[in-house]
Structure formats: C-alpha cells, structure tokens
Design a protein around this ligand. Structure first.
Ligand code: ANZ
Ligand code: ZN
Length: 837
C-alpha cells in the first residue's frame, strides 16, 4: 500500500481558511486571563514580503502561539507603515498615484502574510495613511502645540536636492541621502519641531528600567544618542562694548581647566561674529571664512578626521578669574547648535585645542599635572587629558582636579559668572517634510494672525487624493487650491494651509498603542484597553531601528502619558526587545541589484509555508544573521516529511491521546520507559528554549531528537495497550511542541490523531520530573572478592562507566589505598570486582 504523501499546499490552505473563518486569533481586553502583547515592527508596504520579513514575523508568531498555549490572552496585531517617500517616487516613475500604489502593495503583502499562516488578529489591522489613523496624530500635534512641545523655528536643515526634502540627521548617511544617495546640502528653512529634548533626562534615566529586557547594545546606542554631558556654563566678559551683550558663554565639561584657557573658539555661525569683527581691518577675510565653513557638510564638521581650521576675529574676551585678555577665534570644529556655540580653548588638556594652538602658534598653559610629575608645554607631545593636581590655578592650586570641577563651578556661581550645568547631544525632532504622501500638519497661515492651529473639531485635515504628483518630486499640495486655500480659524479671513506633511516616524511612534483599540472612532486609545494591553511585552524587529524609531516611541509614550491618554504608570512602550539578525545570501545582503534575492512566494510554492518558517527559525539563533541555503531549506523539508511519514506509517497503532498523556503504568517495557523519559525531557528543554529563552533553533533540535528516538523505538515497541499509549503520547507531544513553528501540518496531524479542537487552543504540555528520572540498577562493589559497598548507576551503563563509578566510590578507595589496581572485572548491570595488591 502506498502511503499518502505530504502535500503542504492543500493542508496549508485548508487550515488558513479555517483560522480565518473562525477568527481564530481575535482577542479582547475583556478577559481575566493574564495578557501578553507580542508585536513585530510593522512593515512599510514596499511591494512584496521579503525573507527578512518572514524571519521577523515567524519569530513573532512562535512567541504568540507559544504564549497562547501557555494560557495567556495574546494580542498579536499587524498593520502598515504606509506613508512615505518610496510611494511618491514609485508613483512618479510608474505614473500611478501613491495611494493606489500603496493600497495595491498592502493587498499583495497581506495575502502573503496570510499565506504564511501567521496568527494575527486581523480585525485590528491598521494602515497609517488612512484618515481614521492620522486624524489622531493631527490631534496630538495640536495638543502638543498647546503644551509648548511643538514649535516652529528657522534652522539650517539637511536638504536632499533630489528628493526635494529636508532630512533628519539620522537620514543622512555619510553625507548622503538615505534613500537616493544624493549629496545632502544645508538650507535655511522654517520647520516644525517636537521638543523631545524636554524629555531628555527621563529618556536617559528610564533606560535603566529596560536593562535585562533590551539588548545591551541598543541601550548603549540610545544613551550615546541622548548624550548627556555634565559640566559648567562659564561667561567670559567682552573687552569691547557690544550693546546688550554681557559676555560670551561657553559650555565646558572641564571647568577645572579654566585657568588653562589661552584662546576662545566660536562657531562661524555664532550670532556675535559681526559685532566682533566690526572695525577689524581683516573683517572681509573673516566673512569669507564664515561663508566657506557654513557650506561645509555638517557631519564632516563633526568628524574626528576634520582638519582643524580657524581665523582670528581681532577681538578679545576677558578671563572670568584673572581678567586676562583671551583672543577670540572662529573654528570650523565648533558646532553652532551644541552647547552655546562657543568653546574655551585649553590646549594643554584638550587634544583638539592642542592641535589648534600649535597650528596658529597660540600659547599653551598647563593647569593639571599627574600626581608627582611636572608637565612643560614645550615637551608635551600631546594634550594631557588625565586626572591630576591643579597648578597655575590661583586659589585652586593643589586641589585634585575632580574636586576642582565642582569648586570652580561653585566659585563662578558665587561671582555670577557661571554655574554647573548639563548638555544633551539630543536635538529636537524636526517633523516637517516637504512631501505630499504624509499626514498634513494641521496649521493655517493667516496674514493677519500668523500661524494658527486648525480647530480640533475640524480634524482630520484630509490629505487630498485627487492630485497629480509632480515629476520633479516636489509636493503638489501647494499647487492644489482646494487644499491650500482656506479660512483662518481665528479671524475668518482668507488663509493658506501648511503644505508640509509630517515625518513618517511620527506615525510609527504610537501605532503600537492604537492596536489596543484599533477600531475606536471616538478616541485614539480606549483607556481600559490600553491599561490592559500595554506595554508591549515583546517587541521584535531589526537593529537598524535601535535609535530613531525606538527613541521616538519612548518619547511619545511619555508625552501621551503626560497628556492623559495613557495611565500615569505607563512610561515605556516595550518591556522586552529582540533584535533579529538578517537573512543573507552567500554572506551578503540580498538585493535586487546583486540578483541574489530569494523570494518567499517561490519558496512557499515549492516547499510550503511550514518549511519556510521552520528553516528561518532553525537556521540560527534569532539574534544572529544567517545565510539562506538550499541545503538548509531541503533539510527543513525533510524533517517535516519525516514527521509526516512517522505519523501515517504508525497511524493504525495511534490512540487519540494528548501530549504527555501516558502514565508510568503504561510504560512497562524498557523501550516505552525510555521513550516516555525522552518525551518529558523534550517538553522541558523545548519549553524553556522556546518560551523563556527564545532559542527556537535548539528547541527544534530537541524535538528532532525525540522524533529520532521514536523511529528507533517503534521497531521494538509492541502492540500492548501500554506501548501504544506511550507511543501515541509522544506523537501528540511532537505535534504540540512543533505547532507554534509549523502550525499547519501539526493541526492536520492532530486532527487525524482524532482531535476536533484546534491545536492552537491546546494547553502547553507539562513535563513530569518523575518521568525524566533514569532507570537505575544497584551494582555490587568488591575489592579482591570481598563486598565493600554498592552504587546506583543508570540502567544500561557500559563497562567503562561501571568501572569509573566503582573506582570513584569512597569505600572502594579506602580499601585500595596504597595498593596497585591490577585488574577490574565487570559483570554488566551486576557487579564490579577490583583486583589489587
Ligand atoms: C574646555 C575643555 C577643556 C573641554 C578640556 C574639554 C577638555 P561633550 O563631552 O561632547 O559634551 N565643546 C563645547 N561646545 C562645543 C561645540 N559647540 N562644538 C564643539 N565643541 C564644543 O564635549 C564638551 C566639550 O566639547 C567642552 O568641554 C568643549 O571643550 C567642547 F580639557 O571645554 B571643553
Ligand atoms: Zn487670521
């Protein structure tokens, strides 16, 4: 008789249809079960699901299915990060509309996700480009504006001449646009900013609460990005009189070096430059310098490799302690938007200043010496940046410099010339984008009233869909009178709408919370649902979002909390974060240009979704990159076929049992006892690896071993009721443990085993300690034929193991002390006799 072959296509479609018909994975917050919220970073609808998505979502699906079986009420939603540049670029290129392109891609990708059998609650699906979604974002904007957390300012911005848009710093990579690789230039524009810096301290402090739940390296990257520096603000007087100006402020992390200041360096953009050079004979040279540096790349200016350049302004500051004249220079390495845009130059103790002083022959003054050592400027090969004792520092001489930091700041404060302060590297978030395909910023410009917020009751400000994108990529909104022309909400006069749209990172900063009440039309978040579901228990996504998306989401959580949308105790969005590795091909990234893309759809057609899922989870630990390999996917396919064959070949013997259902009573024969022990050990190992440690590959390996054992033991096991029960229970355990990973084939076989209810509603099996105990036998230990003791060893232990156990026994050791062992006689399972003299 030929056995029925494994046919993944038919099986998978059957179970997907059933899950869909039964709404199998819909959930509600009205439950008294404990909740578990697992979320994968939602995709941008770029066209097709790629292998990286498959890996990301397969990991999330195992977690969701496993937690469901462990008795949690699981929220596992999916949506679309649907606004953004690529839709516009594609629309221009293919002569379609961004909305059409986006929605078509969503349809394709949704079908692909369904074909992969992921256990999403599809009733909560969101697309951020829909007014039902972005209307709330516009409301948040207005509320933030009221709170002073949104403001407008003119600032030099990264401008991509090809995309015609401002880019966030993070979207500039090595001076190039992250999307199109054009060289980014600086342009002054009036933009809307979110005041994320107001939360700088809390964002930094709360990183501590994420330790253990987030990868250390992500926490470190965030800490670094926020970049808090502790130091002092110091005011240097100005030698010449400038009206309304008391002096020049600097920010320094080293107030202890203040007596070592021999010059001062200002950013070329500093607001005092024109005043300082007034009347200076080389003023034009200075202006030319300013022009040249202003147009330099922002990121190049921050680089360590930057060749330091400067120019003297002809003016002097006055030292806050000594009153000495300090020459004022401009320097290309001083950033206008960090600290105060001015630096006190301490060449003896700062390497940048050291190089600058040598280049322009400025004096070097040592003020910190390593203990018991003297430094002389003439012989210093580089700046001394270590700790030491303060010298040449007036009343502070002899003090340890660490103490000096405080002492100097206190003294400055007393004299009204400075104070201890902190600085953040974090900048406010520019959310204005000069693009069409985004959420409109709900502001109106009136000649009489200025910038006026749209009224909340007039929301949403709809993004008009009946426009044509321009071939040069500029936003068509300004040329759409039905949108741009409006009435001033304040005076009723004619006015213009803001035609910039919001950065798409705004939409992804709060979507995780919208899933709690995705269909609510009254409020963005139902408070009960938010209280129940949030925070996300497990977030899963790529490490490329380690800084921006995760930081913005943390910021939004705190802001929404403070605006009363979230409960006061909800301060962090994601309790645990898993950053999954990439799927590579031949060691490199998959890319269309390299022609090495493995298409999930083709793989599903060839092997089935279960096999693709299994390979993605088995190939490597979740955090690590892995290489796509044909032999790997073949191996995954072989394993599923092996399970299938074992089942159909043994079907006649199988009883409709559940996992771990056989009893010690059933396990009479040694083979049955051994199989049952393996079964329980596998439940323990797979349960811990899959459920606690998220080590899916080793969990799968453990089940593979159990399957191997079943293949061996089935030959020896008879058709007694007990043997049948033990074998059937092991079969049920294999299906149950594998069901989060390869759900379709497991459901099918579970059903054939005689169960009507879905395997996804089955509880996770419990292992029994007693069942895992090895059978032992008691072995007699003799020395020269006399019984000297006994030892319990695993049944079936080989001769070497028995001999080892005997020689390790304390009684045997006592009786052989001082003797030489001549011979060891082993009777398997019974006796060890040691001959010694
Ligand atoms: C004097 C000094 C002496 C400094 C010394 C360092 C060592 P972080 O840690 O990044 O906060 N600085 C301040 N504002 C700057 C700006 N706008 N552009 C470039 N550099 C600026 O660095 C703070 C230090 O960077 C400050 O402390 C200042 O140099 C410089 F032995 O002041 B320091
Ligand atoms: Zn007005």
């Amino acid at each position: 008789m030929t056995q029925e072959r494994y046919n993944p296509q038919a099986i998978e479609e059957k179970w997907q249809a059933r899950w869909q018909a039964e709404n199998a994975f819909a959930c509600s917050h009205e439950s008294n079960k404990p909740k578990y919220y697992v979320l994968e970073m939602f995709p941008y609808p770029s066209g097709n699901i790629h292998m990286g998505h498959v890996r990301n979502y397969s990991i999330g699906d195992v977690v969701a299915r496993n937690k469901r079986m462990q008795g949690y009420n699981v929220l596992h939603p999916m949506g679309w990060d649907a606004f953004g540049l690529p839709a516009e670029n594609a629309a221009i290129k293919n002569n379609t509309h961004p909305a059409e392109w986006t929605y078509a891609n969503i349809r394709t990708m949704r079908a692909q996700l369904k074909r992969l059998g992921y256990s999403y609650d599809w009733s909560r699906e969101i697309a951020t480009c829909r007014p039902e979604y972005y209307q709330w974002e516009q409301m948040f904007f207005l509320r933030l504006l009221k709170k002073g957390l949104v403001y407008r300012k003119k600032a030099p911005q990264n401008w991509c001449p090809s995309c015609h848009t401002v880019l966030a710093n993070e979207q500039v990579i090595d001076g190039l646009c992250w999307r199109c690789d054009s060289r980014v230039v600086q342009k002054d524009l009036t933009q809307w900013f979110l005041k994320i810096t107001a939360y700088g301290d809390e964002l930094l402090r709360d990183l501590g609460t994420l330790e253990g739940g987030w990868p250390e390296r992500v926490i470190a990257m965030q800490r670094n990005w926020i970049g808090k520096s502790t130091g002092a603000a110091i005011t240097f007087g100005l030698e010449k009189n400038v009206e309304g100006v008391k002096g020049i402020d600097v920010f320094t992390t080293r107030p202890d070096t203040v007596f070592g200041v021999t010059f001062m360096t200002l950013a070329p953009e500093h607001s005092l430059v024109e005043h300082l050079i007034e009347g200076y004979e080389k003023a034009d040279e200075v202006r030319a310098f300013v022009e040249r540096i202003r147009n330099m790349d922002r990121l190049d200016r921050q680089s360590d490799l930057l060749e330091k350049e400067g120019i003297f302004t002809g003016a002097y500051a006055l030292h806050p302690f000594t009153g000495q004249r300090v020459p004022l220079w401009l320097g290309n390495f001083v950033l206008a938007d960090y600290g105060t845009g001015a630096v006190m130059g301490v060449p003896a103790h700062d390497q940048r200043d050291f190089e600058f002083a040598h280049k322009y022959s400025l004096p070097v003054q040592v003020v910190i010496c390593p203990e018991g050592q003297e430094l002389t400027p003439e012989t210093m090969p580089e700046a001394y940046t270590g700790e030491g004792v303060m010298v040449n520092s007036g009343q502070f001489d002899g003090m340890l410099n660490e103490d000096g930091k405080k002492a100097v700041a206190q003294s400055l404060e007393k004299n009204g010339k400075g104070k201890a302060t902190t600085q953040f590297r974090l900048r406010d978030w520019n959310i204005s984008r000069q693009r069409y395909w985004g959420a409109p910023i709900p502001v109106i410009y009136c000649d009489k009233c200025g910038a006026v917020p749209e009224k909340e009751e007039n929301l949403p400000v709809l993004l008009p869909l009946d426009v044509k994108t321009r071939s040069d990529g500029r936003s068509p909104l300004a040329d759409t009178p039905s949108f741009a022309q409006c009435i001033c909400p304040q005076c009723g006069g004619p006015a213009r709408r803001e035609t910039d749209t919001m950065d798409t990172f705004v939409e992804s900063s709060w979507y995780f919370a919208r899933f709690a009440s995705a269909r609510d039309t009254e409020t963005p978040f139902d408070m009960d649902a938010v209280k129940y579901w949030l925070p996300v228990d497990q977030y899963i996504g790529g490490v490329e979002h380690a800084i921006l998306h995760l930081l913005y989401s943390r910021f939004f959580t705190k802001v929404l909390r403070d605006m009363g949308f979230f409960p006061p105790e909800l301060s962090e969005p994601f309790n645990n974060l898993l950053t999954q590795g990439m799927v590579l091909k031949d060691g490199g990234k998959m890319s269309k240009s390299k022609g090495n893309v493995v298409d999930p759809t083709e793989m599903i057609k060839k092997y089935g979704a279960d096999t693709v899922r299994l390979f993605c989870l088995f190939a490597a630990p979740a955090e690590r990159d892995f290489d796509w390999s044909d032999s790997g996917i073949e191996g995954a396919s072989r394993f599923i076929n092996r399970v299938w064959r074992l089942f159909v070949e043994e079907q006649a013997r199988l009883l409709p049992l559940k996992a771990c259902a056989s009893t010690a009573q059933d396990a009479q024969s040694p083979e049955a006892r051994d199989l049952r022990r393996r079964e329980h050990l596998t439940v323990k190992k797979a349960g811990e690896d899959m459920g606690d440690r998220f080590q899916f590959n080793t969990a799968i390996a453990a089940v593979m071993e159990l399957v191997n054992t079943m293949y061996i033991s089935r030959e020896k096991m008879g058709s007694t009721e007990g043997d049948r029960r033990v074998f059937s229970s092991a079969m049920a355990t294999v299906l149950t443990l594998l069901s989060p990973i390869i759900p379709h084939v497991c459901e099918e076989l579970w059903n054939r085993l005689g169960h009507d209810a879905s395997l996804s509603d089955e509880p996770w099996p419990q292992w029994d300690k007693e069942a895992t105990a090895q059978d032992t036998v008691t072995v007699a230990l003799q020395v020269n034929g006399k019984l000297r003791g006994t030892v319990d060893i695993p049944a079936g232990a080989d001769k070497a193991a028995m001999e080892e156990a005997a020689l390790a026994d304390s009684s045997v050791q006592r009786h052989t002390a001082g003797l030489t062992v001549r011979k060891v006689v082993v009777v398997p399972g019974k006796l060890v006799n040691i001959v010694a003299n």
